[in-house]
Design a binder for this molecule. Structure first.
Ligand code: ZN
Length: 213
């Protein structure tokens, strides 16, 4: 498995190209913007884009998705369907976040908890982790021990819950149930900031370690 991280937008959102080293097929997870940078990376590594996967509907995670879908004729897969309103409200999000105007668009396929998605010979398990947003999902790859978490958890922090339909108790519950139960050396690939691990966050993250109430 090959992972290429491309920070996009003014929010430095970690867009990830995930590729099967054997087949050279790739997906891009959360192409929030700067689609040209993503295309350049695909070309540089001679990868074939097979789909676009989304963790949630915030503009800094999805802003480049429709452009790439049209350019490569691939499907947008995920998140879970409770996220619909964030796609419907993309024009409002553009104003709210100070992005250039965007028209609403929608995924081709909504995902559910325990669904499996594949790229080349790699399979990822989908886990529904609401709280930051209601339809937020994460993608877990067991063999390579990594989980792509969007804005659920960050190194030393957790996702905001002050947006519409955010819920802080639900977020902590999602993290404790679906992220911190993974093996300690599982790598956490977050939507912003550095990568971390399940074990490190269990020990040190003040929002979930219990050390700070
Ligand atoms: Zn978000």
């Amino acid at each position: 498995m090959q992972i290429i991280t491309i920070p996009v937008t003014a929010f430095a959102q970690n867009s990830r190209i995930i590729a099967c080293s054997e087949t050279k097929q790739a997906v891009v997870v959360d192409p929030g913007g700067d689609p040209d940078k993503i295309v350049a990376a695909l070309n540089e590594h001679k990868l074939e884009l097979s789909a676009i996967w989304l963790t949630h509907g915030h503009l800094d995670h999805v802003g480049g998705a429709d452009i790439l879908r049209n350019q490569f004729n691939v499907q947008i897969i995920g998140p879970q369907k409770d996220e619909y309103f964030w796609f419907e409200n993309l024009p409002m999000q553009a104003q709210m976040f100070g992005f250039k105007p965007i028209e609403p668009f929608y995924p081709d396929i909504w995902l559910n908890h325990n669904d499996t998605v594949s790229v080349g010979k790699l399979s990822f398990l989908v886990k529904h982790c609401p709280g930051h947003t209601p339809g937020h999902i994460v993608f877990y790859q067991q063999d390579y021990e990594c989980v792509i978490v969007g804005d659920v958890i960050f190194k030393g922090s957790v996702g905001r819950t002050d947006f519409p339909k955010g819920n802080s108790e639900q977020l902590i519950e999602s993290i404790k149930t679906h992220i911190l139960t993974l093996p300690d050396n599982t790598k956490i690939l977050a939507g912003h900031g550095s990568d971390t691990t399940v074990g490190f966050e269990k020990q040190t993250n003040p929002f979930v370690s219990g050390k700070f109430g």
